[in-house]
Design a binder for this molecule. Structure first.
Ligand SMILES: [Zn+2]
Length: 121
């Protein structure tokens, strides 16, 4: 399932094409009919993970830049790089945060059951 999630595929069956665009996940998997939004407010965990990854990468890049260039730290380029990274990373990571959240939920929190694949909910 993790391999499917990392490839932005359905974590249940591995079907590609579960996104209609970069930001829009289809309501159900076109192959196995798995409902991606498993409950109301389901994507809060994905958003938190997305923000956390962006913040951690920013901190790593910024602190790494300071450490490796000390004592002549290029503050302005480092600041600009940080701002650009804070805008680009959450957008770039957005679809992956959703498929990874589905994987976490299925693997550790709420395993798959028959209702997830029924067409009626
Ligand atoms: Zn599927």
């Amino acid at each position: 399932m993790l391999r499917h999630a990392l490839r932005r595929r359905c974590p249940v069956c591995g079907a590609p094409g579960i996104f209609q665009g970069w930001f829009t996940l289809r309501p159900r998997c076109p192959r196995c009919n798995f409902s991606f939004e498993r409950e109301e407010g389901y994507w809060v965990g994905a958003l938190i993970a997305n923000i956390a990854v962006a913040e951690l990468l920013f901190a790593a890049v910024f602190l790494g830049g300071v450490v490796f260039t000390w004592p002549d730290v290029p503050w302005l380029p480092l600041g600009i790089l940080g701002v650009v990274a804070m805008v680009v990373l959450p957008v770039a990571f957005y679809p992956l945060s959703k498929t990874l959240w589905l994987w976490v939920d299925l693997a550790f929190l709420h395993p798959l059951d028959a209702d997830d694949l029924s067409a009626n909910d």
